[in-house]
Design a binder for this molecule. Structure first.
Ligand code: PGA
Length: 253
């Protein structure tokens, strides 16, 4: 719940200006070795969609969506609505939606189904709470969340890179305390084997992000881990300088 229309406009303008100077980042966006997707609140999606038209290699997604096509679901937004406004991606199952709003694994599975059927790339978030980690339940929790979230998702969709996985330990989100590199690597690697066993896809075909207190200072290490393909960034994406700092660290790491 950050960045209304004006803040989104200002952010993307500043980013465009900075990219004119940061040629190395721009080159990577142009050659396809770097992709950036922005997920502002619903009210800012139209602004973001029109702004990214001039920023090659960038995409816009929603932070949430409802799985029904249309009808009496007051306050909800459908997949066709976010597509119409220019979204190609949507975050599904973010920990704040699971733990604050109370979304269940079964609701999340329906949202995953609807997005993948309608060609919206879900950024599927999963991860353990601190209590679960301390009880040694991390692997069981992520295994369960992956199995239920992917229940109605076709293997081919995953093989085609049309699902993005985002391991986000709940205790690392917004706390300034990221996972240790070896733990992020371990769970991102396990994600590949769990999904490969479950859906018969090649482990290397999965796109797996790490999220949770990613910033300039730790991005070089986290984003260059073998099984980590990118980051889902919250706090450090609100201003352009720390955000592009993450990309610089990844490139220099
Ligand atoms: P953070 O948030 O980067 O501020 O920890 C991550 C997220 O909200 O997914």
């Amino acid at each position: 719940m950050n960045h209304g229309v004006n803040a989104t406009k200002a952010f993307l303008k500043d980013l465009g200006d900075i990219l004119e100077k940061k040629k190395a980042i721009k080159e990577k966006l142009y050659d396809g070795s770097l992709e950036i997707a922005f997920f502002p609140p619903y009210v800012s999606l139209a602004e973001a969609s029109s702004r990214i038209e001039t920023l090659r290699g960038t995409f816009v997604g929603a932070q949430n969506v409802y799985h029904e096509e249309n009808g009496a679901f007051t306050g909800e937004i459908s997949v066709s609505m976010i597509k119409e406004i220019g979204c190609t991606h949507c975050i599904i199952g973010h920990s704040e939606r699971r733990h604050i709003i109370g979304e269940s694994n079964s609701l999340i599975a329906r949202k995953m189904q609807k997005c993948t059927q309608e060609d919206i790339i879900p950024v599927f978030c999963y991860g353990e709470t601190l209590e679960e980690r301390e009880k040694g339940m991390t692997v069981d929790i992520i295994d369960h969340q992956l199995r239920s979230g992917l229940e109605y998702v076709e293997s081919e969709t995953i093989n085609n890179g049309k699902v993005i996985f985002a391991y986000e330990p709940v205790w690392a989100i917004g706390t300034g305390r990221s996972a240790k590199a070896e733990d992020a690597q371990d769970i991102c690697n396990r994600t590949r084997s769990i999904v490969s066993d479950l859906k018969g896809v090649e482990p290397d075909k999965l796109i797996v992000l790490y999220g949770g207190s990613v910033k300039r200072e730790n991005a070089g290490e986290l984003l260059n881990l073998k099984d980590v393909d990118g980051a889902l960034v919250g706090g450090a994406s609100l201003k352009v300088d720390p955000f592009t700092g993450i990309i610089d660290s990844w490139m220099n790491g």
